[in-house]
Design a protein around this ligand. Structure first.
Ligand code: ES4
Ligand code: ZN
Length: 326
């Protein structure tokens, strides 16, 4: 059988997807019209042509501009529904979805509109397509820890609608330590903990995500390659890395997919997974990430099986469900 068909057909979990990064240009324009929001782009084609990035920050500037059209609960529902339909069609059977509430509450959108809209889409997707989905609230690391605490406070009445917290946005200059206290509070609350680390930042940020924040998974983590002791620890403790090949390519973390280090990380015994990050911006959903990475690096069917298995191992679904999935 052809490898792309196997990669598309295999059941998988997606663990690193920013829901605001699934907002396609067509939906950005439709929501802008529906909400009377003015966009600094004349057309879908003009917006798409702005998707040429040189690093993380150059992407984030456009990503936050795109998210400015989201105002009503229904907007969040429509965005998440579109992602979940696509994910289900790509044989994603479980998704853990990041959202950035501060991007919206800063514009006056109520926390309830964000979380209720996203959560209702997850409930409906389960009923309609059988996909299980859960939400992870991300703190924006370019903002203060105080702002993160205020965000947590606003979200806590809806505590049953998200399973954990994460840390995303501009990495360099914003080390995990900056959020030590708010993560400690989330840990006391029994929330799952993840953090972006080692996307552009140094291995030291991965160490502090683990030792200071007590992150259970590292999002990206590809810079671990430069620290042998860190690789050993990640392998020995089976701490998952949620890797996003097309994101790393488009943000110039690697010059080409052929130079991506996922094969080395996998060979070093790490629990590596493949994910789409911001599929509307980086040119592909999860199966494109698998297919293009495999074509460029020469990975084969045994690696596909390992990566799919890792995605379930790394997920936050209960142990009983994991046993049933094996
Ligand atoms: C992100 Cl690729 C990436 N890195 C950090 N933060 C993000 N938020 C959305 N996409
Ligand atoms: Zn990300």
């Amino acid at each position: 059988a052809r490898l792309p068909a196997l990669l598309a057909a295999m059941p998988k979990a997606e663990l690193h997807i920013h829901i605001e990064g699934s907002l396609e240009p067509e939906l950005i324009f439709a929501l802008a019209q529906r909400n009377g929001v003015a966009l600094p782009y004349a057309s879908v084609a003009q917006l798409r042509s702005a998707y040429a990035f040189s690093n993380l920050q150059s992407f984030l500037d456009i990503y936050y501009a795109g998210a400015s059209v989201l105002l009503q609960e229904q907007d969040f529902y429509d965005m998440a529904r579109a992602y979940l339909a696509r994910a289900a069609s790509e044989n994603v059977v479980h998704a853990e979805i990041f959202f950035d509430p501060q991007t919206h509450t800063a514009r006056g959108v109520p926390m309830e509109a964000v979380i209720h809209g996203l959560h209702r889409a997850c409930v409906d997707a389960r009923a309609e397509w059988g996909i299980s989905a859960a939400l992870i609230l991300c703190f924006l690391r370019h903002l203060s820890e105080e702002d993160a605490f205020a965000t947590l406070q606003q979200a806590l009445p809806l505590r049953d609608k998200f399973i954990g917290v994460g840390l995303d946005s501009s990495e360099l200059g914003h080390p995990p330590e900056k959020f030590a206290r708010v993560f400690a509070r989330c840990r006391e609350l029994g929330l799952h903990l993840v953090a972006h680390a080692g996307e552009e930042g140094p291995p030291a940020y991965i160490w502090s995500a683990l030792d200071v924040l007590h992150a259970e998974r590292i999002d990206h983590g590809v810079q671990a390659q430069h620290d042998a002791a860190l690789l050993q620890r990640l392998a020995r403790e089976r701490i998952p890395l949620t890797v996003c090949p097309l994101s790393n390519l488009k943000l110039c973390v690697f010059a080409s997919l052929a130079q991506h280090n996922l094969p080395q990380l996998l060979a070093a015994g790490l629990c590596v997974t493949v994910n789409s990050d911001d599929p509307a911006y980086f040119g592909g959903y999860i199966n494109d990430n698998f297919t293009q990475l495999f074509a460029a690096t020469g990975l084969g069917a045994p690696h596909a099986y390992m990566l799919a298995r890792n995605s379930f191992e790394a997920s936050f679904v209960a142990a009983e469900t994991k046993r049933a999935w094996q």
